[in-house]
Design a protein. Sequence first.
Length: 309
Amino acid sequence: MTRTPVEKNSVVEKAPVAEKTPVTLLGLGAMGTALARTWLAAGHALTVWNRTPARAAALAPEGARIAKDVAEAVVAASTLVVVCLLDDASVDEALDGADLVGKDLVNLTTSTPAQARARAEWARTRGARYLDGGIMAVPPMIGVPEAGGYVFYSGSRDVFEQHRQTLGVPARTTYVGENAGFAALHDVALLSAMYAMFAGVAHAFALIRKEDIDPASLAPLLADWLVAMAPTVHQTAEQLRSGDYTKGVVSGLAMQVAGTPTFVSTAEQQGVSPELLSPYFALMRRRLADGSGENGEEGLTGVIDLLVR
């Protein structure tokens, strides 16, 4: 007799649903709260602690378990303990005396590369595996994939791979290496470029401030120009890799240095301080003057070598 794959009265067993990793989160500032709400919304059991209890209590109606202290919060974690505090000193203070043996400590607190490497060693001596993180997002971007936020991670690859799915709930993840300081280094590198861009934007708007020019009319022109110039970072990277600072150069250093007085004079005529541009222009002149600029035929990449001590 031919049998069908499933007999009429048979019971079909469903594959077990993988249980979502419980998370302990220490720190509920604006970023910590955004992380917490995202994990709760995704169905993760979440234990939280915050120095100011009221912030933690506000998450109880959403399903968070409130720990009375850090020790209790860490004990509640099956493995994963995420820290998002004010600074490195706050991490020291909060985790002082906590039993971290067998825990995976993921530190999303903003720190320097040296602090991250020291924290990794500190965690190792406490019996924990360590992963450092640098958040490239502001709180409203957390839990909103289309916003483009992500987090750099560095340190234990095993920890990253084991918790990749959980860590990817609030924002995309980008692993940058086993050196625990690399996430912080990438974070600060990108933010440093951002602030330099903001400086240029501030100078541009200052130039038109006293004129009958609507800032709103300059804004799209400025944004489009910055976008058009952004791909030059790839040329810079390639020149640094090859050591050939003249490769692909269209506007040589000598020509660009010759043009800098125009920018300074325009600022003076508009009653604007050139202090945001002057340091960079000074580096350009130094690079040209020291004779290492390929007779002025290289671009601006050589300025980087002047910054490295």
